[in-house]
Design a protein around this ligand. Structure first.
Ligand code: SAH
Ligand code: SF4
Length: 382
């Protein structure tokens, strides 16, 4: 099997080059070609000695996940559906392929890429379509960084798009300025691969993103939060969704293992290392479940000792979820209670609605084993 260079960070590539008898600076040059220039074909790496190019052609590849579907929403949001291989299910499931999604959200001053870390998720949050479909497998480093590789380099070569700081028709060198690990999966449950991929995002020899512009979102895997602080302290978002253990046990079942007092303590420990001086708490608003004024007041009590911001996310409905979107006035009252207590509160704008790219809607549908949605997407794409 040839070595997929997207699986290696610079240290790994340098070690692998060592085995080939090649010097570290050669590894650096190839790393630049792959990640900064977006070149997958060794023949195009013109400043690399021909003998090395030939060696690489025989022993290496640069393979990102295959694009199954790419779509642009009316508001400029883009979505890619990647095919990451067969599901490994029974023969009768043969038609079903694993799909993951990546979403690019352009805004005036930034371009944010929402990246997936697993196929499915084992944590079974009750309001999440990814959680409902169960866990299939972890993504490899190449599949995680490959989402950024594809987005950065395909956006770079498209002239007619909305990009940060650029008028229509202009081309930016680095359209993706921010990454959020908020696609499918729990990033901290795929720890090693996610940390290696994060390292490549941060590496000046690759994408050079600052730690403040890379965010890991977790449902609260406490020991892994501590390990992340040690290994790769990027910005942290914690999916809180409930202000007390009784409610959180129900909707975010990992809470039974790592209850709120432990989670709050872990947030405080993380802040010692974090690139920002606050944690972002994500809070999905579920009508009649966690969106009442008393819940907002309990949140103030709960987070009293954790410097934080709140991001309120209206629930994105999916078939048979059993939940409903919050009413606009419930969201307003909830937000005002937090704001009056001095909190910074953002309400997530729903973007890319028309292409199902809104948060929490990612790929759950794609993995529908009947393949119905895949087919529908193909029809839409045609
Ligand atoms: N597993 C990680 C990251 C992926 S989910 C986590 O849970 O944090 C990204 C965000 O979308 C999380 O805050 C998650 O709770 C939220 N989310 C999941 N399903 C949703 C839905 N149906 N509507 C709105 N947000 C949802
Ligand atoms: Fe997994 Fe996050 Fe969905 Fe919970 S909300 S099931 S942790 S992806």
């Amino acid at each position: 099997m040839p070595q997929n260079l997207l699986d290696l960070d610079l240290a790994g590539l340098t070690a692998w080059f060592g085995e080939l008898g090649e010097k570290p600076f050669r590894a650096r040059q190839v790393f630049h070609w792959v990640h900064q220039a977006g070149v997958a074909d060794f023949a195009q790496m013109t400043d690399i000695a021909k003998s090395l190019r030939e060696k690489l052609q025989q022993q290496a590849v640069v393979t990102a996940p295959a694009i199954n579907y790419a779509h642009v929403s009316a508001d400029g949001t883009r979505k890619w559906l990647f095919d990451v291989g067969p599901s490994g299910g029974a023969a009768s499931d043969r038609a079903w392929r694993n799909g993951i999604e990546t979403v690019f959200i352009p805004e005036d001053d930034r371009g944010t890429l929402c990246v997936s870390s697993q196929v499915g998720c084992a944590l079974e949050c009750t309001f999440c379509s990814t959680g409902r479909q169960g866990f299939n497998r972890n993504l490899t480093v190449a599949e995680i960084i490959g989402q950024l590789w594809v987005a950065q380099h395909s956006l770079k070569t498209e002239p007619n798009r909305t990009t940060p700081n650029h008028g229509a028709g202009e081309i930016s060198d680095r359209p993706v300025t921010n990454v959020v690990m908020m696609g499918m999966g729990e990033p901290l449950a795929n720890f090693e691969n996610v940390v290696t991929a994060l390292g490549i995002m941060l590496d000046d020899h690759a994408y050079g993103l600052s730690r403040r512009r890379v965010t890991v979102s977790t449902s609260g895997l406490v020991p892994a939060m501590d390990r992340l602080a040690e290994r790769c302290p990027v910005a942290l978002a914690v999916s809180l969704h409930a202000p007390n253990d009784a409610l959180r046990d129900q909707i975010v079942p990992i809470n039974k293992k790592y209850p709120l007092a432990e989670l709050m303590a872990a947030c405080r420990r993380y802040l010692v290392y974090a690139p920002r001086d606050f944690i972002t708490f994500e809070y999905v608003m579920l009508a009649g479940v966690n969106d009442q004024p008393e819940h907002a007041r309990q949140l103030i009590e709960l987070t009293r000792e954790v410097p934080c911001k709140f991001n309120l996310i209206p629930f994105n409905p999916f078939p048979d979820s059993g939940y409903e979107k919050p009413r606009a006035d419930a969201m307003r009252v909830f937000r005002e209670i937090l704001q009056d207590a001095g909190y910074v509160v953002t309400t997530r704008k729903t973007r890319g609605d028309d292409i199902d790219a809104a948060c929490g809607q990612l790929a759950g549908k794609v993995a529908d084993k009947s393949g119905r949605v895949m087919k529908r997407m193909h029809k839409e794409a045609a």
